[in-house]
Write a protein that binds this ligand. Structure first.
Ligand code: LMR
Length: 395
């Protein structure tokens, strides 16, 4: 039986991790997987998390099961972080999930249970794992225009045109902030137009918010999600704690569902518990507990907010520096969009051949679509990357 299994395609982002590790060149630069790195190239444990971990070690008295949808204190704290003070409290269901990816997967399972024929519409491009999971679940999938590769900004006319055609009952997957892979984001006015279009058509928004705090700041990064949740009758929100709490390997995330009526809420909450039970039973608790402690303790929260803000500012500085270096070295404004982009990623608009040249001749690793992880750079490596790109694009 098991010999019937066929080889599965490697995840393009994760495959880079292995390729980078195996490269013996000392001056190699990793701009692949979305993991934050400080100026020394380390991915630090955030101070508030470390302190919470110490406290937890002394105060935790049991490792017994929590609940199928996780600790209610965690889901409440995360709902508060993502939605702020909302007017939809009696319509919210929420469950802890193994990371943002776990939340995406479970949201899709919930959609499939509710409406097997619902088509899920993705931005072109999107995080490749969105497409992969949807295909794995054999769900219908469509694409709406999103990115203008020529200018490096959102093709908003195209996006809105496509979104207006998506029928009631289908699902539109939107990036809450810090679009992955492009780094190009909607303006507040554009967000409002998308919401107005969805409100007219009856298509259901599904927000993936994995980088809250990495773009314009914690509150502002949540504003699109908050507007959707408060203005539209129903929506799904997958939120990750991997990046903004730096707890990647703890697998911590939450799925929030806003139902059209308070009456539907208990049924949806029950479905979340059911799906968790079928898929993995109880969600991981350690990371969720740390996040709850950080969010609920005034000092820890302040410390976390400050460190997160520093991370954001570091990335903005790197964006500016890279855009400047590229302007000088290419004598053009071709890469100016880098400074306007927000979040961890930008797509450079290079061909797969150029990406390959950068890897082969300059030991620079980026995803094949020329997505770079800005946080993989440092003040030292920005000029090296800019020079490598300038040499590559004139060849
Ligand atoms: C990324 O896009 O690099 C991150 O979201 C990590 C991942 O799981 O792909």
């Amino acid at each position: 039986m098991l010999s019937n299994l066929i080889r599965q395609p490697q995840d393009k982002i994760l495959a880079l991790v292995g390729a980078f590790r195996a490269d013996p060149r000392a001056d190699k630069i990793d701009l692949g997987v979305g993991v934050y790195k400080d100026a020394s190239g380390a991915t630090p444990i955030m101070q508030a998390i470390k302190i919470a971990e110490q406290q937890l070690w002394t105060t935790e008295t049991t490792k017994s099961y929590v609940g199928l949808t996780g600790d209610p204190a965690f889901t409440a704290a995360m709902t508060d972080l993502v939605l702020g003070t909302s007017n939809v409290e009696d319509r919210i269901s929420a469950a802890a999930m193994p990371g943002g990816t776990g939340a995406v997967r479970q949201a899709l399972e919930l959609i499939k249970s509710a409406s097997p024929s619902a088509k899920v519409w993705l931005s072109n491009p999107t995080w490749p794992n969105h497409t992969s999971i949807i295909n794995y679940l054999a769900m219908p999938v469509g694409e709406y225009r999103y990115f203008d590769a020529e200018s490096g900004i959102v093709d908003f006319e195209g996006m809105l045109e496509d979104i207006k055609l998506i029928p009631a009952g289908d699902v539109v997957l939107l990036h809450g902030c810090c679009h992955n892979p492009t780094g190009a984001n909607l303006t507040s006015e554009q967000e409002d137009l998308v919401i107005a279009a969805l409100s007219k058509t009856g298509a259901i928004p599904f927000v993936d918010i994995a980088y809250q705090g990495f773009g314009e700041g914690l509150e502002q990064d949540a504003s699109f999600t908050r507007k959707i949740a408060s203005q539209l009758p129903e929506c799904l929100i997958a939120a990750s704690c991997s990046k903004n709490f730096g707890i990647y390997r703890e697998r911590t995330g939450v799925l929030i569902v806003i139902s059209p009526s308070a009456l539907a809420q208990p049924v949806i909450q029950g479905n979340l518990a059911f799906l968790n039970r079928q898929n993995f039973s109880f969600p991981p608790d350690h990371g969720a507990r740390l996040v709850t402690m950080v969010l609920k303790d005034g000092d820890l929260r302040k410390n976390w907010c400050e460190e997160l803000e520093q991370v954001r500012i570091n990335m903005l500085g790197l964006r500016e520096k890279l855009a400047n270096e590229l302007r000088q070295r290419t004598n053009s404004d071709q890469f100016d969009f880098l400074a306007a982009h927000r979040g961890m990623f930008s797509r450079l608009g290079l061909s797969p051949e150029m990406v390959e040249t950068l890897r082969r001749d300059h030991a620079v690793y980026m995803v094949g679509d020329s997505r770079i992880n800005i946080a993989g750079l440092s003040a030292q490596t920005v000029p090296i990357l800019a020079s490598a790109i300038a040499q590559t694009i004139v060849k």
